[in-house]
Design a binder for this molecule. Sequence first.
Ligand code: GLU
Length: 410
Amino acid sequence: MNDPYVTSVAQLKKIAEILKLPADVVERLSVHDKFLEVHFPVTMDNGAVRMFTGYRAQHSNARGPYKGGIRFSPFVNQSEIRALSMWMTWKCSIADIPFGGGKGGVIVDTKQCSSAELEGISRAYIRAIHAIVGPDKDVPAPDMYTTPEMMGWMADEYAKIVGEYTPAMITAKPIEKGGIEGRTEATGLGGFYVLQNLAERERLDPKQTKVAVQGIGNVGYYIARYAHDAGYRVIAIADSRHAIKNDQGIDIDTAVEFKKSHGSFEGMPGATVISNNELLALPVDVLIPAATENVITSENAETIRAKYILEMANGPVTDEADAVLEREGVVVIPDVLANSGGVTVSYFEWYQNMHREQWTKEKTFSELKKKIDSAFDAIYSYKKENSVSFRMAAYAVGVSKVVEALKNNS
Ligand code: GLU
């Protein structure tokens, strides 16, 4: 059984050995500063009142306010939220933004809810956790199945509670509510900048580089499109039901348009339908899991034929699979670097709100590129100098800065 929190602590312990961290530091970072569980009522469209369960984990604020998304999913559980919040601590440190790690979630299947019900849940959740969030305390954002619109409802509800509009309490808001231009593209674009750095260092010619992307949501769509536009051969893409493949390359916008008008990728001219598992096993140069966690496991790790895996989802490769891939020489560029573009632009939004500024998309993208380039450089150099995996190098860079910030802080 893959328990995400157990995995996150095991990873920390591995890093602690490499960095020779004292036991008390490991003990401190293995637990969360705070973990809140809330239960709240919401009136549904049929007039019935339903109880919901939500969480907010605050792992560490050694480097700044807690930061991290809120996911709405029927599978949300304590272990997952704890692990994800610890990973946010490392991610913010790697991205070199002044935040710690947090994560939240509500157990709900958004597909079964109307917009009015989702609004009710968003508002009730923020009422339930409002005392522990705020611009200098904990700054949430979207994650799986949550949207800018929901962030807008939460910002609005928070404003009612505290009596003043406080846009910096949450990020990835709609533009008219203090959001930043470019946040929608940010995670995918950040991943594309990581891919560009990788191609440069490993001498990959984009035109000869075959890419497969699993997931065509916000993250998968943008990385696939930026890669395609830059000349990479994106030969396969997938939504949760079907994958399609064309060895000559897929035009992403045409495929997405086709899906919109036909309801699925099935029957798209010039493309063969394959299963999601077949997509993962394609002999591509770069495999990009951009959908959900735990898609590459001990069950299918041996079937992977990609040279590189760029983790755009959080935790798409399990710990056991990671060991198999390492043995097989598959290079995994970890989520904490690969998808850090999202939280980096969240930081820019928070900064913009705190300083009453309005950034242009150009400025946002060029600042994002600088952050990604320097994070990549630091991790790549560490990896080369210490002959460790990309993941271990990323964690070493991230964890050591948090440990530094914890000094004299007891
Ligand atoms: N949920 C995203 C992540 O896992 C973004 C978090 C944020 O913007 O705070 O990185």
